[in-house]
Ligand binder design. Structure first.
Ligand code: DAH
Length: 344
């Protein structure tokens, strides 16, 4: 190998190594200038031709030109591979606007909330005001004003979470009857939904915190038939067109007469038999009701000789269990979004 060949060979090796190091257009250009530029390494080699005997010069010139050609080829290759890499990086970073979006997590209305809203809507459409009140009540609103004096055994069933000697977490929404009547002259028509608390052990049908919907209508000439009509309509709206209601005699200190309200079991449609929803009776219990006791009317300054009214208080979870055919009330509060989402 001639000196020139060795020199060029070594030069090309260094050139290839420098190219391999070049990571962008700028460093690539620096390599080009250092090797192939006007005062680069190849020019230095070219200058040595002058020192050769004239007959060797053309061959030497061709050798150098071949080497330059090869180097220029490698330079182009390196430039285009850099370009490709940059393009690929660009592509990887760009956003495909046609790619389907990840669906937004929208959540769903809780079934108990849905029950309350549907009951409220039914009564609101019939001119009832929707009212909400405190969850902490003085015993006056919770008991005394509702015709439950302090020595009355009915207090026992409502025994709740006492915060002081006279303040408690309300065990029912009935205090809203008193609050409304004390603030407004008759006629009054309200639907009062809200949370209630009772010292109940939690099981498939009980929670210590639950919801009630309380209804009250007081005006002249109101009788039990009005109550029956309103509740039958409500049940048809909640459960279906064929629903019926039935009243079973009961006792509440704040109503006289008092009744428990049942509606046709929406699962077996009242056919009873083996139904696991109603236990075979064909009826589902909704809660209590009755004609507002004269003592309650007197307490709020209404004349029982002129005004009469009905009231009811139903458990929202109870309605939910029946409406959505859920077998355990705890499922409403267990934070299972996937389960709750199905109950619309
Ligand atoms: N407050 C009663 C309870 O929680 C239910 C009730 C019964 C409400 C009769 C009423 C009513 O408004 O008239 O057990």
């Amino acid at each position: 190998m001639s000196d020139l060949d060795t020199q060029l060979d070594e030069l090309q090796k260094r050139f290839a190594a420098a190219l391999a190091q070049a990571t962008d257009e700028r460093t690539l250009e620096a390599v080009r200038v250092a090797f192939l530029g006007r005062s680069g390494e190849v020019t230095t080699v070219r200058r040595t031709i002058g020192a050769l005997p004239p007959n060797e010069r053309p061959a030497a010139g061709k050798t150098i030109n071949d080497a330059v050609e090869a180097m220029e080829g490698k330079l182009l290759e390196a430039a285009s591979s850099l370009e490709n890499r940059a393009f690929e990086t660009d592509l990887a970073q760009s956003i495909d606007v046609t790619f389907p979006a990840i669906p937004a997590q929208t959540g769903s209305i809780h079934p108990v909330r849905r029950v309350i809203e549907d009951v409220a809507t039914y009564f609101a459409r019939r001119g009832f005001a929707i009212v909400v009140g405190p969850e902490v009540e003085p015993d006056y609103y919770n008991f005394d004003a509702l015709n439950i004096p302090s020595d009355h055994p009915a207090r026992e069933g409502f025994d709740s979470f006492w915060l002081t000697d006279t303040l408690l977490l309300r065990p029912h929404t009935s205090p809203m009857q008193i609050r409304t009547m004390q603030e407004h002259k008759p006629p009054v028509a309200i639907l009062a939904p809200g949370k209630c608390y009772r010292r109940d052990a939690v099981d498939a049908r009980h929670l210590f915190q639950f919801h009630q919907v309380e209804g009250l209508l007081v005006a002249e000439g109101i009788h039990f038939g009005h109550l029956k009509g309103m509740l039958a309509g409500m049940c048809r709206e909640l459960f279906g067109a064929e629903q019926q209601v039935r009243f079973r005699p009961s006792f509440f200190p704040f109503t006289e007469p008092s009744a428990e309200v049942d509606t046709t079991c929406p699962k077996c449609k009242g056919r009873a038999g083996e139904c696991n929803m109603c236990g075979g009776s064909g009826w589902i219990e909704l809660g209590g009701s009755g004609m507002v006791h004269p003592n309650v009317l007197r307490e709020v300054g209404y004349d029982p000789g002129v005004y009469s009214g009905w009231a009811f208080g139903f458990g929202a979870e109870r309605i939910g269990l029946t409406r959505y055919e859920v077998d355990d009330v705890r499922r409403f509060v267990n934070s299972e979004p996937e389960f709750l989402k199905q109950l619309q």
